[in-house]
Ligand binder design. Structure first.
Ligand code: FES
Ligand code: FE2
Length: 387
């Protein structure tokens, strides 16, 4: 391997960079610390707000051992609470989702009644004790926001500013008109790996030539093990060329991420020429989700840690509203492709996890092309230190 100086503008790592300690991927105490400091404080993606379309619709949602209820009240406002009664702590809502029958939330244990804003309306006692004030026993509120039809919750008392939730400007994908998109398909997977293993794999393409042969044909720069032009230390050598092997983006003639490279649904009309050339535009919102915009669909991938070595993943496919009625809509063409890529990733993440327990393996090493992993590790460290 050459040790010549990289060209100015090179993005890759130059220094020898150690990975996280191997135990960070399976130790139970470490896992609990990450849940407390990262998952119970940041904004976590729950669902599209269309899943709570009508007043009084609700769903439950678990992050780690925290059980939540998210509902739409009579005024149309989305509310979120811990799924915990203020009397003796029973779970209030036992169904995963539905529409509330009555005007309030009734605890299944001793029938305390709350309104949909979480205020306690009445207890079931013959007489409330002296000094007992209903307003001191409201449900525990959780911060919730509806951004462009994406519902997020934060368990923090003071959640981070949502406008810096993504690694891009918050309006990066406005030309997809995210709030208007409808869900056309959803799939789920459980991966036997730590949640950070998933994000590490997501943030590098050094694995692409070996793990994703078909994707590497569609996005030729991935076939070189690179994410983008400036990941090559000698990138200016090809600056004048417009070959996607060097510039990134789709192979010539392809329009989208699909089995045959064609668009499978009505295209979003307002995308820039550059977004169309790239074929995939990302917004990443650590720790729970990312959105990818293609010319004809959006993919929303969300994660939830299920344990130190187990992570749940959901993939939602969003389309322009008219697409689902369009007879030319070819869902299979795109789902088969992304399912292939995501299955390859899920499998290789499990392979990664399987090797991490070796007693002599204190930590790995982050190679130059994996510079975004270093950024993720730095973010994790900062989050763990944040008071
Ligand atoms: S625990 Fe809910 S009413 Fe008793
Ligand atoms: Fe991958």
């Amino acid at each position: 391997m050459s040790t010549t100086m990289p060209a100015p503008g090179y993005l890759g790592l130059i220094e020898n960079t150690p990975g996280l300690p191997a135990t960070a991927y399976f130790d139970t105490e470490r896992f609990q610390l990450e849940m407390a400091r990262i998952w119970y404080r940041n904004w976590i993606y729950v669902c599209r707000s269309s899943e709570l379309a009508q007043p009084r619709s609700f769903r439950t949602f678990d992050v780690g051992d925290q059980r939540l209820i998210i509902l739409r009240d009579e005024a149309g406002v989305i509310q979120a609470f811990h799924n915990t009664c203020r009397h003796r702590g029973a779970a209030l809502c036992l169904e995963n989702k539905g529409v509330m029958r009555g005007p309030g939330i009734v605890c299944p244990y001793h029938a305390w009644v709350y309104n949909l804003q979480g205020q306690l309306l009445r207890t079931s006692s013959k007489r409330n004790p002296d000094g007992f004030e209903l307003h001191n026993h409201s449900l525990y509120k959780v911060h919730v926001t509806d951004w462009q039809g994406f519902v997020f919750v934060s368990l923090a008392a003071n959640p981070p500013d949502f406008s810096s939730q993504f690694d891009t400007p918050i309006n990066r994908m406005d030309s997809w008109h995210l709030s208007e998109c409808t869900t056309g398909h959803v799939s789920h997977k459980t991966m036997q790996c730590n949640w950070k293993v998933f994000w590490e794999n997501y943030n590098e393409c050094l694995h692409c030539p070996g793990v994703h042969p078909k994707l590497s044909q569609l996005v030729p720069i991935f076939g070189r093990g690179l994410l983008e032009e400036r990941d090559d230390p000698q990138w200016p050598a090809h600056e004048a060329e417009d070959d996607p092997r060097f510039k990134g983006g789709l192979r010539r003639g392809a329009a989208s991420w699909s089995m045959d490279g064609r668009a499978s649904a009505a295209e979003f009309p307002d995308l820039s020429a550059e977004d169309r050339r790239l074929g995939a535009v990302y917004m990443t919102g650590l720790p729970s989700m990312f959105i990818v915009g293609h010319v004809d669909y959006l993919r929303v991938v969300s994660l939830l840690p299920l344990g130190p070595e187990s992570t749940g993943m959901r993939i939602e496919y969003l389309f322009r509203p008219e697409t689902l009625q369009d007879p030319r809509f070819d869902l299979k063409n795109l789902v088969d492709f992304t399912d292939l890529v995501m299955s390859e990733d899920a499998h290789i993440c499990e392979v990664n996890q399987r090797g991490l327990h070796a007693l002599p393996h204190e930590r790995g090493v982050i190679m130059p092309e994996e510079y975004v992993i270093k950024q993720v590790h730095d973010w994790v460290s900062r989050e763990l230190m944040r008071p």
